[in-house]
Ligand binder design. Sequence first.
Ligand code: SAM
Ligand code: SF4
Length: 346
Amino acid sequence: MPPFDSAAYATANQSRPDLIDGFGRAVRYLRVSVTDRCDLRCVYCMAEHMVFLPKAEVLSLEELDIMTSKFIAMGVRKIRLTGGEPLVRKGIMGLIENLSRHLASGGLDELTLTTNGTQLATYAEDLAKFGIKRINVSLDTLKPDLFSSLTRGGQIGQVLKGLDAAQAAGLAIKINTVALLGTNQDEIPDLIGWAHGRGFDLTLIETMPLGDTGQDRTTQFLSLATVRDHLASFWTLSDIPLQTGGPARYVRVAETGGRLGLITPMSHTFCEACNRVRLTCTGTLHTCLGHEDETDLRAVLRGPLGVDGLDSAIQGAIGLKPKRHDFQIREGLAPTLQRHMSRTGG
Ligand code: SAM
Ligand code: SF4
């Protein structure tokens, strides 16, 4: 397959239509899940014994580059690599180095990633070298035992070392914390204080009903409205109009001086300003995290039209992007969606 030259494509398609959906929203942000595999098994994300995809179904690094570059040529300005755990994908640093050409050419504003942090001690310096300026690191607790049980066997020391390395490499860090009822609930103020003390932003996330994890979601779900009320009983929280291209709403915590993000898919809808779509490691395009809608771009790329078939397939899918998600968590109800976050890309 010949390499796809997005700079040449953009020049030859000066009048290309932007990726605008049926509700007038421009799609500028692509999340790419580069693998469904992970070295951890977080209880809200994966089942204990996951069946991972066969290799042939997963896009090669070259195919990932072709597809991502195609989206950039069609107007996407921000790419977030995710997974599974992106840093356990073999050859991932080669992909990142290649994609960084779009930063150099001005075709892309930002290349970033979401990681569990376990491999950062090894890769942080190279990430910075390849133009990554900030990363999201997922961390739900600082307590070694709780970390180990929430991730089914992970070692918090590895993540803390990774964070040190990322900070030393000059990467800006945002911590993502899933708020879990009765689990890390009481630790949330300490986590925020710790993150802000180290100069990290922190964003709290409500659990979403994605995939069967072998656990009852109603026992995990904690509304961030409740958390915010609790924090406001001893801290001064003021709304700030920060827009990072994601669904978080931000507040400043006067006492810590830091920023706190709140992602509330369950208790609050953020769909009206949604500018993002997701590409899985099998080349399936999901235009909404909360719907079963999907377009098989791998079949197009590996089919007779190859790269040339991608434009119309992508535009057709974006045109049908749903207006809003329809998550719900109710006792005894199956997950709204059967696919796991680790496959869709968080
Ligand atoms: N492995 C990387 C990590 O953990 O950061 C990237 C992939 S992970 C699927 C991306 C994000 O999704 C993480 O912050 C994780 O906490 C979050 N996540 C996973 N399952 C979730 C769920 N059911 N509800 C809400 N967030 C979830
Ligand atoms: Fe792995 Fe991230 Fe899912 Fe945890 S949240 S199991 S680290 S993919």
